[in-house]
Design a protein around this ligand. Sequence first.
Ligand SMILES: Nc1ncnc2c1ncn2[C@@H]1O[C@H](COP(=O)(O)OP(=O)(O)OP(=O)(O)O)[C@@H](O)[C@H]1O
Ligand SMILES: [Mg+2]
Length: 351
Amino acid sequence: MIDLRGITQTYRGPQGPVEALKGIDLHITPGEVFGIIGKSGAGKSSLVRVINLLNRPTTGQVIVDGRDLTQLGDAQLREARRDIGMVFQHFNLLSSRTVFDNAALPLELAGMNKAAIRERVNPLLELVGLAHLADRYPAQISGGQKQRVGIARALASRPKVLLSDEATSALDPETTRSILDLLRQVNRELGLTVVLITHQMQVIKQVADRVAVIEAGRIVEQGRVLEVFTRPQQAITKSLIDEILPQELPVSVLDHVRKLTRQLATTAPGHAGRLLRLSYSGDSAYQPILSQLIREFGVDMSILHGQVDEIQDETFGSLAVYASGEPMHLRGAVEHLRAGGVAVEEVTIEI
Ligand SMILES: Nc1ncnc2c1ncn2[C@@H]1O[C@H](COP(=O)(O)OP(=O)(O)OP(=O)(O)O)[C@@H](O)[C@H]1O
Ligand SMILES: [Mg+2]
């Protein structure tokens, strides 16, 4: 649906050129919710604005629905943009127009007649849950409701793609959830491809199918959300996930590991002890892998810390365990875990 090829974006800043995008290649498939996450200044807004050519990239191609937008003339580009709706962090509503008239704006600009506009906009206000507020002005509705108007307006020209730049950043957590649910709903019901920019992993976790992590103008990691959550590769990704699922083990757990290690040295001198972090998802979450290990490999396993969560109906979890036994058996146990789809990371701590 969207193909970005070799995109660079260099701004002329007061202190010289700023390279905001340094060679981005991305492929977004029809009907998916694709999340792009990164910290402030990473280049998220620059990237999303390239997709509808609000920013013309310095180099590279922007292919949307088979057409290279960078090759189009003004009139063709205007027409192509009707296929790409956009919602903004600060809603960008016109304060002198009612909810209905804000949602209708793109259609008025396109020269549609009043009856046809009513026919198009009324069901949209219904869809976003604002039919009863059609005659209010932006100052008379809440932030979440304003964003619903923004979404109705973005959908008015029946786009194939919806771009969202931090659409929920100005909203409280509960309103954020309801707006993300609405985006998910329009994605499913209208078959819309959604590109969602955010700095919050919570947003990615709730609605995205796939995610790309952007850092200093480059995509440093991408994949299915569940995959990225359970096997993050880059430090930046780990730190973003850490905000919602802390990976750091509590001090009390580390103290306990030290105690177990000392005990092991006196009770079973030939045995080795390892602090392991196990991450698992989907099917492997349901298999009795740990009890198998204890039985088949004769290793002891203390569960120290853990959390289980869900991403779009798939379970994933992270467990910290202390495993001890014959070194050879321990190696076998770790291999068995990995073969069963569990990611195993050995954590070293100072004893
Ligand atoms: N018009 C501009 N002129 C010069 N530099 C710019 C311009 N717009 C953005 N930049 C710079 O480009 C880089 C990327 O900015 P961008 O707005 O894309 O980041 P972002 O990831 O959206 O950040 P935030 O989360 O704060 O919105 C930053 O260093 C920014 O200062
Ligand atoms: Mg931004």
